[in-house]
Ligand binder design. Sequence first.
Ligand code: 13P
Ligand code: SF4
Length: 338
Amino acid sequence: MNVAVPAAEVSADAREAMPLPHLYERVRRHVPAFEWPALAADIEAILRLKQERNAVILAHNYQAPEIFHTVSDIVGDSLALAREAVGADADVIVLAGVHFMAETAKLLNPDKTVLIPDTEAGCSLATSITAADIRLLKARYPGVPVVTYVNTTAEVKAESDICCTSGNARKVIESLGVDRVIMLPDEYLARNIAAELPHIQFITWKGHCEVHERFSAEDIRALRENHPGVVVLAHPECPPEVVAEADFAGSTAAMADYVTERQPPRVVLITECSMADNIAVDNPAVDFVRPCNLCPHMRRITLANIRRALERMEHPVELDPETAGRARLAVERMLAVH
Ligand code: 13P
Ligand code: SF4
């Protein structure tokens, strides 16, 4: 049996003797020392390949710490990744995240090569709805604007009036100036935003995030009982009764900002659990309580397949130009909302 020596127990001298010691310092609480040499070899190769290919790596906040803190050029929530993808100063964009994020980057950069290291990195929300479903909804509710979460395929975005992320959903809906919207596919995000905008009627869809739907209000009450004083931050993809029990709800970037700016002594992030690992690195004074729900799709991205993607230029995102044109409009309308 392999027993990992907790990285924190490796002496400073031993750490200094390891490959890429400055990067190991960033991730040592999450990566056992015996795993580092193999990971460091991939990191060295990726850093070299990025230069050779003139590539940038965009990484979502849920990526593993050894990706997030070492090879990524831009990290953030879905909104930041979409914004940063616009006119990225590179020939190649590698999306360390899930497929819909790579599609969004491609929509915004039709002339660049956008690579997703594993094409199976999907999303339960993106598979919950099709373009045909939206056409049926539009026929049933003529004239009602369709606001589509970015966690969808390009075909679905192409049928939509405007996109949104968890970071700007409220602003996007308010910008429409209507009293009725179709908001999909995330039922919980729609219900959470609807609670903030009671004058607007929301028509919703039954899509759920397989990570956030697992949290319950009972979980939050148990966390508070077992960890007195803990500040609870929840992602708005959680069920409304979970959000109601939280101290704050916001996108992954909003949760990271909350921790960085307010430095709560003890916090729990009701979201994918790599997020806490990533933020903890730069917030050593904060005690993170860590219930762990991992996203299996995000976990498909590894240093090994990022390296392979850059070596072999696999897997480029290809979109039908006509569909991409319509989907781009919905994303661009979202980016124009401030
Ligand atoms: P944000 O990073 O935009 O909050 O999205 C969370 C998420 O679940 C992405 O898949
Ligand atoms: Fe999709 Fe949820 Fe995974 Fe995000 S965390 S990619 S919303 S399944």
